[in-house]
Design a protein around this ligand. Structure first.
Ligand code: CTP
Ligand code: MG
Length: 250
């Protein structure tokens, strides 16, 4: 579909790409991170439900561990998911960036807006998802959920050896810094172009759009959209789920 014939960002169908192909080295030994359970349900299923909970999201593309596509397909079949949402599973690559690219390659032409959401952020509230979609619909080519920082951040000269003292180089003004989360939302053409053009190693998709010289804007993030990275994050995620259950009256 050409850019001209595609509906405006406010009307076009929205797809979500969920990179879930990482091993989860920082979480310690075990199954790939996205397949580990939180209160009995795989993290990936929580993440898929969180995105599919948005009425605007009509397709979810899961980027699975390259040796785990069949397992991921069975997981999606085995868990209740909204009827109105379509699902695709594709194998991931060696880096997050490559995994996202493989998800984008599988995106059908009619989707003009695409969200990229880490499977490792299983508890993002639907209001955050909708806020990102709305900002892309309002015309921003790239949108990231962001939160102010609690910690002061130092730039250091990294030491070669882990644990060795590192000289501090600078202290950026904390009030001007934001920690960014996912889902990050994009005008499809912009994100595809970013992935075709930018080859540097990056840790998020929006920075590729920045490198194209295009504007990226933030919307408020949410503390429950934190990334499950280290073992303590599993404890926090299960505590959040337990609190939700209480609040839902179960
Ligand atoms: N990811 C991916 N493909 C990769 C690497 C990462 O799809 N080759 C995904 C992860 O599955 C995760 C998201 O990118 O949902 C964010 O990455 P991160 O939190 O770093 O997860 P892992 O790479 O799995 O963890 P670690 O870095 O500790 O190994
Ligand atoms: Mg990683």
């Amino acid at each position: 579909m050409s850019d001209e014939s595609r509906p405006s960002p406010a009307q076009t169908p929205v797809a979500a790409v969920i990179p879930a192909a990482g091993r989860g080295v920082r979480l310690g030994p075990g199954a790939p991170k996205a397949l580990r359970a939180l209160n009995g349900t795989p993290m990936l299923i929580h993440a898929v439900r969180a995105l599919a909970a948005s009425r605007r999201v009509s397709l979810v593309i899961v980027v699975a561990p390259s040796d785990g596509t069949e397992e991921v397909k069975s997981l999606l079949d085995a868990h209740a998911l909204p009827e109105r949402t379509d699902f695709l599973v594709v194998p991931g690559g060696d880096t997050r960036q490559e995994s996202v690219k493989r998800g984008l390659d599988a995106l059908p032409p009619e989707y003009g807006v695409v969200l990229v959401h880490d499977a490792a952020r299983p508890l993002v509230p639907v209001d955050t998802v909708d806020a990102v979609i709305e900002a892309v619909g309002a015309g921003a080519p790239a949108v990231v959920p962001a939160l102010p920082l609690a910690d002061t951040v130092k730039e250091v000269e990294p030491a070669a050896e882990a644990g060795a003292p590192e000289p501090v180089v600078a202290t950026p003004e904390r009030a001007r810094l934001r920690a960014v989360q996912t889902p990050q939302g994009f005008d499809r053409t912009t994100l595809v172009r970013a992935h075709e053009t930018v080859t540097d190693d990056v840790t998020d998709d929006a920075s590729m759009v920045e490198q194209l010289g295009l504007p990226v804007v933030t919307v408020p993030g949410h503390e429950e959209a934190f990334k499950v990275t280290r073992p303590l994050d599993l404890v926090l995620a299960e505590a959040v789920l337990a609190r939700r259950r209480l609040n839902d009256g179960f």
